[in-house]
Ligand binder design. Structure first.
Ligand SMILES: [Zn+2]
Ligand SMILES: [Zn+2]
Length: 249
């Protein structure tokens, strides 16, 4: 099957109404995933520093969720905000430890020093070295310039992943397409593992990464580098996280 016709079995980046500025419930997101024939989604609400976001992130409340909702496996995650160039996150390590999956993102509208490419790169590298962080969110964002080669090199050294975010193909992150292409080609060249993610803020967006998959096909991206195409591939990575964290203690 061509990449452009494939839907990832697990969407690694989704938001619900709990994020404050998203529009669907977890059940609606899971029903949408089910309709697309998917098997799982990562619940990755915005952490509290984002304005209008969830008032606080309490991973213990996520533990109350069933493992599957409407037959869709819900992986308990978070999209932590990188707050500054001193590598502060708005979720403490003891909370990240309780998650199954942790994204670290810079949101340009709340990151005043976003123009500093060298510092941005160093901050992203520090996040990749943080044992609790699995993946950088939308690091292709051209308003937060960074050195893609350095990111891919460190990600591969640390056994971490890089996210390809479908919103970079749409009006949600305008002007990102050239940068996204460059990011994809860098991952291809370095055989860096990636996730394809919708960053859904509405249930109809869950699992809908068609424009991104079309671009990946055009750029002849190796499907075996996309860990969330299958649930088996994604859970294989999650076992790496578990081993990594076990070795810390
Ligand atoms: Zn984000
Ligand atoms: Zn997001």
């Amino acid at each position: 099957m061509h990449l452009s016709e494939m839907t990832p079995e697990v969407d690694t980046h989704t938001h619900t109404v709990l994020s404050g500025h998203a529009w669907s419930t977890l059940t609606e997101n899971c029903l949408a995933a089910k309709r697309r024939g998917m098997k799982g989604l990562c619940l990755t609400e915005h952490a509290p520093a984002i304005e209008g976001g969830a008032p606080s992130f309490i991973p213990h409340s996520q533990q109350m969720l069933p493992d599957t909702v409407e037959g869709i496996r819900v992986y308990r995650g978070i999209e932590a905000n990188i707050l500054d160039h001193e590598n502060h996150l708005d979720v403490p390590p003891e909370y990240l430890r309780l998650c199954e999956w942790a994204i670290a993102s810079i949101h340009s509208h709340m990151f005043p020093e976003k123009a500093k490419k060298t510092e941005n790169t160093e901050t992203y590298l520090a996040m990749l070295r943080d044992p609790y962080i699995d993946i950088l969110g939308h690091a292709d964002d051209p308003s937060v310039p960074c050195d893609f080669e350095a990111l891919a090199e460190e990600a591969s050294r640390q056994g971490k992943l890089l996210e390809l975010n479908n919103n970079s193909t749409t009006a949600h992150r305008p002007g990102s397409l050239p940068s996204l292409k460059e990011y994809i080609l860098c991952c291809k060249r370095r055989r860096q593992r990636v996730c394809v993610a919708s960053d859904a803020h509405f249930h109809a967006m869950v699992g809908n990464v068609r424009p991104l998959m079309t671009l990946l096909e055009e750029l002849d991206f190796p499907p075996e580098l996309i860990v969330n195409l299958t649930q088996e591939g994604f859970e294989g990575y999650l076992r790496e996280r578990i081993t990594r964290l076990k070795n810390l203690h």
